[in-house]
Design a binder for this molecule. Sequence first.
Ligand code: ADP
Ligand code: DP6
Ligand code: CO
Length: 360
Amino acid sequence: MAEKKSWVLMVTAQTPTNIAVIKYWGKRDESLILPINDSISVTLDPSHLCTTTTVAVSPGFTHDRMWLNGKEISLSGGRYQNCLREIRSRASDVEDEKKGIKIAKKDWENLHLHIASYNNFPTAAGLASSAAGFACLVYSLAKLMNVKEDNSQLSAIARQGSGSACRSLYGGFVKWIMGKDDNGSDSIAVQLVDEKHWDELVILIAVVSSRQKETSSTSGMRETVETSPLVLHRAKEVVPKRVVEMEEAIKSRNFPAFARLTCSDSNQFHAVCLDTSPPIFYMNDTSHRIISCVEKWNRSEGTPQVAYTFDAGPNAVLIARNRKVAALLLQRLLFHFPPQSDADLNSYIVGDKSVLMDAG
Ligand code: ADP
Ligand code: DP6
Ligand code: CO
């Protein structure tokens, strides 16, 4: 290790969030985070919704610490510990000639980290902050510690932070394969197509509420698995067929099939939330009005123009078939849901789907 005690080595990375079009909801293993079904998502443009994380190491640090959006949080939870342990165990030698720093593989066990992470969108409000957050944490730590694993192996580590995080290691459309192994080694994300494959699509997010949700995704899905009679039917009978159809729709850029599957899957996910005891309500009246507005429009056109999907929160993710439709959609939304006059609607975020991250 370098002689000087004063050095600090750091890496900054940026990771976009991803929104599932076939939802993950339910685990078969809580600690390894193994899901009960495959899921498919689209990774968003990092310039709109993303996490930026800086990880730093110094011999002067006495313990691991983390700040999220400027506030110190505890790293004692199993998810942070699992990610840190998995990355540390794969660390390699690091040398920074300019700074005169040399860290040997074995030194990483005794060096401590400071981590600062910032989400440029609402945290814990159903816009997948845990996905961008844990993917960025794992990616930036892997860079700092010179971990040689590829994105698919990193996805299995990010999965242990938050299930949806494994899909943010890739851009474009991504599938999380549930896997069969009890140890989770085959529960990984794979890229189905890259971000250029279907670049007409435009994604618009209507921020209905940026407040933290009452039921986190983790506890919500645990309660669903414990109490919902419908969820196993969904996982075993419905999702496997939808995954095949969705892959086909994405590969052939078949918007009507894509929209039908996306909307149905979002609605079924919220139906199993209602089927949970006590029921979980993630959507609110504004969310329902947005659904009605899109359904009416799609019906009047005879073929779908816009797909909607809602994660575990009231915020709408709207996918327009092209830029022209996106402009019309924004116009209609501003007319029916003007952000200033409707206290239930905060803002709109418009962006493309996109590539992965830039590492700084
Ligand atoms: P969301 O719908 O936003 O993903 P979740 O309930 O799934 O909500 O997860 C929210 C939790 O994810 C936060 O309470 C925090 O523990 C974790 N999280 C969010 N952002 C980050 C981040 N940038 N880095 C690390 N962890 C994060
Ligand atoms: C509705 O990945 O946040 O967004 O694995 O417990 O951290 P944990 O849950 P999380 O759940 C995401 C649920 C969802 C659907 C999805 O992203 O597939
Ligand atoms: Co989440």
